[in-house]
Design a protein around this ligand. Structure first.
Ligand code: AGP
Length: 548
């Protein structure tokens, strides 16, 4: 039996002294923890007044000393000590504790942070992790631990109960996840593999949902909520990071197709703002991992206020799908690279499906237009395949911008969220400071940043704002900015202005994000590689942000 943990620093620097597991003062217990103990300050003070000495700056160490204290002062066993300690703790946790004096005992517990137990083939064999991906090479039979549950493994037996002492029957789920889905399949990095998986992941996100030949579509997961969607008066999307950018694309599409007002909220702001939410509202929570703490908290708030909560998520069995009323899985497959790529285009695909579904339900789109868009959508994976052909071009341009310290990304209309996403990708893995802006916003300030050292990436494909974007490019050119333009195949006007162009196939404006994002993902990837950065695990970032 062993425990280990790759810590994400919240309290105290990422140094050995703060690394996990943390031992108790008497060395009997050892504990690992994912989450934040918010009231660790007063607990630590209390324990220090009782003679406890701390070696680290972490909140986690306070928890193991609290357990030690309870075991010393109460005649209880470790399971009961953990239960008592957790009734005193405020915050989020997934913890595992082992006991030197009972080497075949292990206790795990969860509130807020994810926890999964894998049931091994051999009797008494168990694997515990934050999600299923580290477990499936050993077993695909897993138990998802719920909030306020404690699991005890002793003498090969598993017991699960709540902090209120209620015994729970473990529910074992068999996962479809295959090990090879978690391997690089010959690519140098997970990020590159996941970029090249997008034709398949977009196709899988539509599979069994659109029937262009028969002229209809279905979203089985939302069936029971069709009436709510038909009469929706307002939609609020909550998400973080790349999922928030997907939400912005969803706003354009749902308002355009279904004519319902949509608001897109940063979940981390939404949860602390006193938002006006009622039971008439539909809240859509978007999350790749399904474990993002801020998005979970935003859902809890919206739920308290009676809203209907729909989810768009990529990880089956994760927390968000289990707390929403209904939802749609993105079927992008496991996304291992910290920077989200295929999950973004899968989220945009699902949002496009939801917008078309609502337009149809609400009679806001002629059947001919509806079927036409279903046909275009069905063909998108092929166009994405074609777009991946720009890989070499992005590698060449990356060579040109790798020494930049700043970059600006510009887009208009539905191209604006794409610009934001492109900037985020470059920031996350190459550490070049990059900002995305609505192209017309430039002259209200950011244009002051433009000079011959500033790479300016512009989404300039042929669509409703094409002419406007050309004049924005001329504004940048007049100030010697270096223009990298994403253009529609065969474009000449922008080509004449830009320093570098990357061509993508022509498609209906509504589907631009599914194509134009690809070259931006590749540009970030190659730039980061040329700068010697770790593209799969960039500094300071976690794949799933399970702490506030
Ligand atoms: C994107 O590349 C980042 N990994 C990050 O911004 C991410 O999108 C954000 O943390 C939200 O994660 P989620 O989709 O799993 O909720």
């Amino acid at each position: 039996m062993g425990i280990g943990h790759t810590r994400w620093a919240t309290h105290g620097e990422p140094v050995d002294r703060n690394a996990h597991p943390h031992p108790s003062g008497d060395g009997r217990l050892a504990l690992v923890h994912n989450g934040i103990i918010e009231n660790y300050g007063p607990l630590k003070k209390e324990l220090m007044s009782r003679g406890h000495v701390f070696d680290s700056d972490t909140d986690t160490e306070v928890l193991v000393h609290l357990l030690e204290d309870i075991l010393k002062n109460e005649a209880v066993d470790l399971l009961e000590a953990v239960r008592l300690a957790l009734t005193q703790v405020v915050g989020a946790y997934a913890i595992v504790v082992v006991d030197r004096d009972n080497p075949d005992h292990l206790i795990a517990a969860r509130k807020g942070s994810p926890l999964v137990i894998g049931v091994g083939e051999d009797k008494g064999e168990y694997f515990i992790g934050s999600d299923a991906s580290p477990i499936i090479e050993h077993t695909r039979n897993v138990i998802y631990i719920n909030d306020f549950e404690i699991a005890e493994i002793a003498n090969g037996e598993l017991l699960i109960k709540t902090v209120d002492n209620e015994i729970k029957t473990p529910y074992v789920e068999h996962l479809e996840l295959q090990l090879e889905m978690l391997e690089k399949a010959g690519y140098d990095h997970f990020m590159l593999k996941e970029i090249y998986e997008q034709p398949r992941s977009i196709r899988d996100s539509m599979r069994g949902r659109i029937y262009p030949k028969e002229g209809f579509m279905q979203l089985g997961g939302l069936k029971e909520y069709d009436e709510k969607l038909r009469h929706a008066q307002r939609i609020i999307i909550v998400a973080c990071g790349t999922s928030w950018h997907a939400g912005l694309v969803g706003e354009y599409l749902i308002e355009e197709f279904a004519r319902v007002p949509v608001g897109v909220e940063y979940a981390s702001e939404f949860r602390y703002r006193n938002p006006i939410i009622s039971e008439k509202d539909i809240v859509i929570a978007i999350s790749q991992s399904g474990e993002t703490a801020d998005t979970i908290a935003a859902i809890e708030l919206a739920k308290e206020r009676g809203a209907t909560i729909l989810g768009i998520c990529n990880v089956v069995g994760s927390t968000i799908p289990r707390m929403t009323d209904a939802g749609v899985y993105t079927h992008a497959g496991p996304e291992i690279g910290v920077v989200s790529t295929k999950a973004f285009t899968a989220q945009v695909t699902v949002l496009t499906l939801m917008a078309l579904h609502m337009a149809h339900l609400r009679g806001k789109m002629a059947q001919t237009k509806f079927v036409e868009l279903l046909n275009v959508l069905e063909n998108i994976p092929k166009l994405v395949e074609e777009t991946l052909g720009c890989d070499e071009a992005t590698k060449y341009i990356a060579e040109e911008i790798k020494d930049a310290t700043n970059a600006i990304f510009l887009g208009r209309g539905i191209g604006f969220p794409v610009a934001l996403e492109g900037a985020l990708k470059l920031k996350e893995i190459s550490y070049i400071h990059a900002e995305g802006y609505p192209a017309a916003e430039m002259k209200h300030g950011p244009i002051a940043l433009i000079d011959e050292n500033m790479p300016v990436v512009v989404i300039a494909t042929r669509n409703s704002s094409y002419e406007k974007v050309i004049s924005n490019i001329q504004e940048v050119k007049a100030r010697k900015g270096r223009i990298i333009a994403i253009v529609t195949k065969g474009d000449t006007a922008v080509k004449a202005l830009a320093d570098y162009t990357i061509e993508i196939p022509d498609a209906d404006e509504a589907f631009l994000p599914l194509l134009a994002t690809i070259p931006l993902q590749l540009l970030a990837y190659h730039t980061a590689l040329l700068r010697g950065c770790n593209v799969d695990q960039p500094r300071n970032l976690a794949k799933s942000v399970t702490v506030e």
